[in-house]
Design a protein around this ligand. Structure first.
Ligand SMILES: C[S@@+](CC[C@H](N)C(=O)[O-])C[C@H]1O[C@@H](n2cnc3c(N)ncnc32)[C@H](O)[C@@H]1O
Length: 272
């Protein structure tokens, strides 16, 4: 596997998924009962935007740096956390910041050096469990959590198109074991046909209450580019859909002048 998130940290896709992740976590903290977050593809937890990798792509320049400069109102919560935690926090660090005394975070990451980095970032907290293992396999092995309440956050590298199928299979496996949990899975939008096939497959799983929140930077005419991205959310919390729209629209507006075909789309793939 060649994927290294250091090259992409803080890009528009990270901002989109992380701002929505924060909204999901805020919804979970509205009730006093403990929750568990399983982060199946956790990454290193923190990214130095001055690193050689980040400087080579400069993806954060057209992502988090623009949002921090524009500071759109619906992103205050996310941007406050980014500033407090230090640019740029990954999904486990954002989640960790929002855990209460009795909540837990379970992270899976397959790359040993990345696991090592994550253990350094989150060391010494007994609420956090870090596994060096496949996140796909962990869905079968570690669910349901004893809390019976929480979020499964799935953010695969999408190095190959088969990961759409892995994401759909992961969603089905999560539902089998933890039907009441929230599931959030990120996917890239390069070619429209791949996304349509993915949506159709999800809709046919026979599950209830599924939405896809999508941010398109442009019309997906060139499949070699990341033209947009989406987040599948199963069991979205109360009022998450309008909140997600505000967040995604604020990300898009904060990124600067839009290209032709840019926009935010929320598709309902299964009724409540
Ligand atoms: C997109 S990055 C994750 C970023 C992270 N979720 C965040 O938001 O900060 C994907 C990560 O998945 C890891 N990975 C790849 N295949 C995996 C697998 N089967 N199980 C767990 N981790 C995997 C990669 O090493 C990489 O760190």
């Amino acid at each position: 596997m060649n994927y290294r998130h250091d090259f992409h940290a803080g890009n528009f896709a990270d901002c989109f998924k992380h701002a929505l992740l924060v909204a999901l976590l805020d919804a979970l903290t509205r009730k006093p009962a403990p929750f568990c977050v399983m982060d199946t593809h956790a990454g290193a937890g923190r990214y130095d935007l001055e690193s050689e990798a980040a400087q080579r792509t400069r993806e954060a320049d057209s992502g988090i740096r623009r949002l921090l400069a524009a500071w759109p109102t619906p992103l205050h919560r996310f941007l406050d956390l980014v500033e407090t935690l230090g640019v740029y926090p990954g999904s486990p660090t954002l989640t960790h910041a929002l855990l209460r005394q009795h909540d837990r975070l379970v992270c899976c990451e397959s790359q040993p050096d990345v696991v090592h980095g994550l253990r350094r970032v989150l060391r010494g907290d007994t609420r956090v469990h870090i596994h060096q293992r496949s996140g796909w396999e962990a869905l079968g092995a570690l669910l349901p959590p004893p809390e019976r309440r929480g979020l499964v956050f799935v953010d695969p590298p999408f190095e190959n198109p088969e990961e759409f199928q892995s994401l759909a299979d992961g969603l089905a496996k999560t539902h089998e074991r933890f039907a009441q949990g929230i599931f959030a899975g990120w996917y890239p939008i390069k070619r429209l046909a791949a996304v349509r096939t993915f949506h159709a497959g999800i809709a046919q799983l026979g599950l209830r209450d599924i939405i896809a929140v999508e941010l398109n930077l442009r019309e997906p005419l060139d499949p070699s580019r990341l033209n947009g991205c989406g987040l599948i959310v199963v069991n979205p919390p109360y009022l998450f859909e309008p909140h997600a729209r505000l967040i995604a629209e604020a990300v898009l507006a904060g990124l600067g002048p839009a290209e032709a075909g840019a926009g935010v789309n929320i598709v309902r793939l299964a009724d409540e």
